[in-house]
Ligand binder design. Structure first.
Ligand SMILES: NC(=O)C1=CN([C@@H]2O[C@H](COP(=O)(O)OP(=O)(O)OC[C@H]3O[C@@H](n4cnc5c(N)ncnc54)[C@H](OP(=O)(O)O)[C@@H]3O)[C@@H](O)[C@H]2O)C=CC1
Ligand SMILES: CC(C)(CO)C(=O)C(=O)O
Length: 310
């Protein structure tokens, strides 16, 4: 099958590599010209949990028209870019299934602003710890699980088919009837660790070991949990702090990708993560001061990116 990966960053590169190794025709679309050139010239190097090797035969491009004829699109950009990606692939997507995998909330809505979402599936990726080592080289610490589901819920034949394609490429993938619940459960983890670890420059473990900082982080958790319940999310647990604590304990050395983006001077996904909590809370007459405050700090920092030396 021809599979197009839009956004060949850390996660998109892992997807592209494994699909290509499984024999699929893979096209990656990314604006990073050196990365695109390196993949076309030497291949894509993937190192880490799945081994260290160079994968040749992936077509890299910045031109979305090269995705024409794909049976599957995987949107692997940051949350902020998925609307723009939907706009660019729309003329080339035909009847292909589009699977979008982001942290945070709102991917379906962002896509829906530009195209019909009938063919769109949602995914949640857990436990990859992926990062770019340089152009043409991605690394991942693990490859735990990808959960996929229909926007409107339910288990469909096409969902199982897509899950099967991923499984055939070596991913641990599960199709779920209520992907919204899983997106929200991951969202609680992101909300707890993303902005707090970035603002206080801590790893997950360090954040959890400092009572003052952990009180702020779990303030974010509780606000998001309350907003989710108001939205009708059927969480699989009663105590959100117990849930996020277990998550944090499973990777104490990690730094959230939002914090890594800041270290690299890159804009983050704050609007889809902590920044979404006050937005959802307001729909139900609730407030979210912890998330609002930390999001404001993150946005203020981002407004200063690029100003150094000016
Ligand atoms: N990294 C990880 O371990 C995990 C990440 N996730 C989630 O997966 C998603 C992807 O994350 P990650 O791979 O780390 O992010 P990266 O920033 O590494 O990769 C995103 C890539 O998309 C590119 N891009 C931006 N705009 C467009 C566009 N319009 N068309 C095509 N490509 C574009 C970016 O280029 P440029 O940088 O030039 O903008 C970048 O190369 C995020 O939502 C993240 O939260 C989830 C679980 C784990
Ligand atoms: C560790 C965690 C949950 C923090 O948000 C994550 O998934 C990330 O790196 O963004």
């Amino acid at each position: 099958m021809k599979i197009s990966i839009i956004g060949a960053g850390a996660m998109g590169s892992v997807y592209a590599a494994l699909f290509a190794e499984a024999g699929h025709e893979v096209v990656v679309v990314d604006p990073w010209l050196d990365h695109v050139a390196a993949i076309n010239r030497e291949g894509l190097r993937l190192s880490g949990a799945s081994g260290d090797r160079m994968i040749r035969g992936i077509r890299a491009t910045s031109d979305a028209s090269e995705t024409e004829g794909s049976g599957l699109f995987v949107l692997a950009t940051k949350a902020s870019a998925v609307g723009e990606v939907a706009r660019t692939i729309k003329p080339h997507a035909g009847d292909a299934v589009i699977l979008t995998i982001q942290n945070g909330l709102g991917a379906a809505e962002r896509i829906g602003a530009h195209m019909d979402t009938t063919n769109v599936l949602l995914g949640v990726a857990d436990g990859f710890g992926a990062s770019m080592k340089g152009s043409g080289h991605a690394h991942h610490n693990a490859m735990k699980l990808i959960r996929v589901g229909e926007i409107g819920g339910g288990l469909t034949e096409r969902l199982e088919h897509v899950a099967g394609i991923w499984r055939g490429a070596g991913f641990n993938v599960k199709a779920f009837p209520d992907i919204r619940q899983l997106i929200w459960e991951k969202f609680l983890c992101n909300v707890t660790f993303s902005a707090p670890c970035a603002v206080f420059d801590r790893t997950l473990g360090e954040l959890m070991s400092e009572p003052d900082l952990w009180a702020i982080a779990t303030g974010c958790t509780r606000e998001a949990h309350e907003a989710g319940i108001a939205e009708g999310v059927a969480f699989n647990f009663d105590d959100p702090v117990v849930y996020v604590t277990a998550f944090g304990q499973s990777m104490p050395e990690a730094r959230p990708s939002l914090a890594l983006d800041h270290r690299a001077g890159k804009l983050s996904e704050i609007d889809a993560i902590n920044g979404m909590v006050p937005v959802v809370a307001a729909r139900h007459g609730l407030t979210a001061p912890y998330n609002q405050t930390l999001s404001a700090i993150i946005r203020a920092r981002e407004a200063d990116f690029g100003k150094v030396g000016q």
